[in-house]
Structure formats: C-alpha cells, structure tokens
Design a binder for this molecule. Structure first.
Ligand code: SAM
Length: 290
C-alpha cells in the first residue's frame, strides 16, 4: 500500500541520498506540492508516464497516487534505486525504473506503450540537462510526437523563454520551437525553498501540449536554421543576421513581407513560419537554377 511508504525525509536518511550537485539534484519532499504537479498533467488513468530523474521518488509517488496507469522512470544515480524499488512494491509494480542516462535512451522503446495507451512526460528535471531534453522533445521529426503532453519543472527564467511573446527579452529560439506546433503555459511558480537543497533561483512548472503545426509544409530543419540564424545575433537587423543562409536575405525578407531592418525579437511565430516557407522555396528554386 502506498500509505505504508515512509516520509521522504526518512527515505533520504535510510538510503543516505545526500543531494549531489553533479547530478543536478534538488529534491521535492512535500507530497502536497508533487501532487499538485502531477495534477497539471491531467487524467493519467490510461497513461504511461515517463519521468526523468525520479530521485527519491516524491513526484513518482504523486504520479502513481494521482492514478497513472504505469510510470517508467529513468534515473542515473544508482543510490536512488532501492528507494524506487520500495515505491514499485507499494504500487503493485506500476513503476518500472531504468538505470541510465535520459540523454541517450530510446524513449518509445523503453516505454513500450501498448496500443491505445497515451504517453505523458512529467519530470522535475535536472537543470543541467533540462533545456537539452526539452529541445529534444520539441524537435521530434515525427509529429504529433510520441507523447501527449509535457509537465516539466524549469528555472523560472527558462520557463519564461518557453512561453515568451514577441517583443519581450525572453522571446527567442526556445519560444518559437515551443509555439509553432504546440501550446505552452506556465502552470505555477515553485519557490526555491520548496527544494532540498534550495537552488539559487525560483522555478516554474511548464505544461506543453503538442498540436497542429502553423504550416504543415514547413520542415523542422529549415525552421531551426532560420530561427537559429535570426536569434544568433539578435541585436542585428535581420538583413544582417540572416546573411549566413544560402539565399540572399533582403529578397527573402521582402518576399515574406518582413521589413529587412526589423530585428528577430519583433517577428511573431507565424512570421518565422512564413519566412521559413519562403526560404525553402527560394532555396529549392536556386538549386533548380530558376
Ligand atoms: N524527481 C526528484 C524530485 O523531484 O525530488 C528529483 C529531481 S532532481 C532535480 C533531478 C534528478 O535527475 C536527480 O535524481 C538526478 O540524479 C537525476 N538525473 C540527473 N541527470 C540525469 C540524466 N541524464 N538521466 C537521468 N536522470 C538524471
């Protein structure tokens, strides 16, 4: 029975899980808070939930208590495995744990979702790899991707970049990648004091749901290139920052109806998608020698 599990502080003492910086460990020990995070993910009764970095298992317990059909967790720190085995026993084997690195794992194979089962990702991410994992999940070649939603903890500053609107300082590559084929929102903030040990900054929970691309004919690789160039030198005018593309920037911007003296941060996500579409057409024409 889940009620039989001891408080997380006891688990940490029993298995000597002193937080290690090298693993990006900031644990959540308040089961009310982890329950609130799990509920952001929505109805999990038909879900295989993928959790990166369960640590001592605070969020893991919450996901199972909130009714996740199964949780598959990947954890790099083997010291946590006995504590996670206790959780798996208490929840009748609905938790399986893979010792490994989330950066290299083959996710769909590891999750082995049965037909009809949805995959949701929920995690209090290790900050040292969090943004890289998010970019990996946002840049899946197959769309809709293998997951139905992401419920993730980030530093507040990163969360703001994900949901940022044009014209703001936070608006950039991450905002466009998150918003051109999905909806991202900040569910709530989490103060530093909620973690053991507390990090230096405030955190926030992001909820992301993949959706239809603004333009399904636009290729991810083209969009990534255009956006990367545009924001790489974000203070420059676009006619200068897009110089590295294999098509001349001024005609490209004019064809897309964008002022060549504008800066990347003033373009909407739809502007970037349109710019990319015209970029791909011009590139194809120039290869054809048109
Ligand atoms: N989920 C726990 C909680 O909320 O208390 C722990 C969160 S802690 C911020 C991040 C966890 O991710 C740690 O347990 C750490 O060992 C694990 N971790 C760090 N890098 C990892 C990686 N590349 N792959 C899998 N787990 C990783």
């Amino acid at each position: 029975m889940a009620d039989a599990l001891p408080p997380l502080r006891e688990v940490i003492n029993k298995y000597e899980l002193r937080a290690k910086k090298s693993f990006g460990q900031n644990f959540l020990l308040d089961l009310n808070l982890t329950g609130r995070i799990a509920r952001v993910a929505g109805d999990l009764s038909n879900a295989v939930v993928y959790e990166v970095g369960p640590g001592p298992g605070g969020l893991t317990r919450a996901l199972l208590t909130e009714g996740a059909k199964r949780v598959v967790a990947v954890e790099m720190d083997r010291r946590c495995l006995p504590a996670l085995a206790d959780i798996s026993n208490a929840f009748d084997g609905r938790l399986s744990v893979i010792e490994g690195d989330a950066m290299t794992i083959d996710e769909p194979a590891a999750l082995a979702a049965a037909p009809g089962e949805d995959i949701h990702i929920a995690s209090n991410l290790p900050y040292n790899v969090g943004t890289m994992l998010l970019i990996r999940w946002l840049t899946q070649e197959t769309w809709p991707p293998f997951y139905k939603s992401l419920t993730l903890m980030f530093q507040r500053e990163v969360a703001e970049r994900i949901v940022a609107a044009p014209g703001s300082k936070a608006y950039g590559r991450l905002s466009v990648l998150a918003q051109w084929r999905g909806k991202a929102k900040i569910a709530f903030n989490v103060p530093a004091a909620a973690f053991t040990p507390p990090p230096k900054v405030t955190s926030a929970i992001i909820h992301y749901v993949p959706g239809a691309p603004l333009d399904p004919t636009v290729r991810l690789a083209d969009l990534e290139l255009v956006v990367e160039r545009a924001f790489n030198q974000r203070r420059k005018m676009l006619r200068a920052s897009l110089k590295g593309l294999p098509v001349p920037p001024e005609p490209l911007l004019e064809a897309a109806g964008i002022d060549p003296t504008a800066r990347a941060e003033t373009l909407s996500v739809a502007d970037f998608v349109r710019l990319t579409k015209i970029y791909a057409e011009m590139k194809a024409n120039s290869l054809r020698g048109a």
